[in-house]
Write a protein that binds this ligand. Sequence first.
Ligand code: SR1
Ligand code: MG
Length: 436
Amino acid sequence: MTSPQRPSGAPSQDEYRILRDADLRDYFASLPAVASLLGGAPAGWSIGEVGDGNLNLVFIVKGTKGGIAVKQALPYVRLVGESWPLPLSRSHYEYLALVHQAELAPGLVPAVLHHNEALALVAMELLEPHIIMRKGLISGTCYPRFVEDITTFLARTLFLSSDLAVAAARKKEGIAAFAGNHALCRITEDLIFTDPYRQAEQNRWTSPWLDASAAAIREDLDLHVAVSRLKLKFMGGPEALIHGDLHTGSIMVTESETKVIDPEFAFYGPMGFDLGAVLGNLIMGYLASPGHERSAGERRSFEAWMLETIENVWAEFSRKFLGLWRAGGHGDGYPAVLFSGETGAARLEAERQAYMERLFGDTVGFAAAKIIRRILGLAHNIDFEWIEDARLRATCEARALRLARAMMLGAPSFRTIGDVTKAAKKLHDWQPDFAG
Ligand code: SR1
Ligand code: MG
């Protein structure tokens, strides 16, 4: 895989300005290809800022013929404000990742229509009528296409950018191309692997019900060791080009299509981090579900689908990843010359199984870290946040915390994905003792 470079002669960084609706109108009016895609007179285009993420501005621009989604990075963290500066270069890495992912997993990411490095701006195909998957799950909607698509995305982007598929020099060029995205990695290192386990000013949780759980986790040295091991893997394991923030808010869906968006956290990291993000967020969706129930048991079939989906995501990912490997691992890892003949082939197959077991262990650990950060850290998710009754929200969150702690400490006892769903199911109706 070759890495697209920054376009030569790109305008310099000092031309950056935060764009308002009127600026966007003038800007796209001056780009014939985009203007013609939109259609009609620029004065008639509708333009609105719709971003509800933690970092950026997102606009939808619509003309008489079509529409585009436009993402502009702000020089700071939107969720917190100007007191937390953040490099605009994340837009470059997002663009780069979208280009690579489109090559590796065609059709599963939005098409990039335009990129301006200086403005930290990416214009993409407008995904309509897609919605953010997290919102669909909150409303209890099942997505029949999701397992097929997300596992193709995961298997292809991870396998095809790894040492199992890519020659050593190219892989290292890939690592180098994304190495500058360290400010975004740092957010993950702090917010996921450190802050929820210490007193951090920005931490928050559903108080007072989770006060004791939060305090216990701050004192839990077993957990501190386990999360630090995961952090080290995240920092020092450039296995593949990972999305880096693959939660259900980074996935847009319809019943028949799935698109992975927002890869601004992309870099070469551990595969289990992306897998854990998907599974950890599905587990949260499942355990948040009782909080969105309007009548007893009304979400039962949705919840059964969620458990099935969690199981199928791992099973299908594993099948597709191994399929790619068996069809031809042309990377410099596991040189074919060392595994010739029938005995060599059998030994390599056993090694593939061992590889998947190790990857599953990483996935379980990272999924747990993703759950804990959303309940005790700075950035929460609406699966829990939209549960209006705070005590019920705390109950759902306490169940998820209990499962996550068991998963992070007991990865070896979660040998199969069925062990994970079984444990999640067992906690679905568990009543925490908030007094104790
Ligand atoms: C301060 S940024 C908080 C979170 O938003 C992003 O979506 C990532 O998940 C990050 O950790
Ligand atoms: Mg995002």
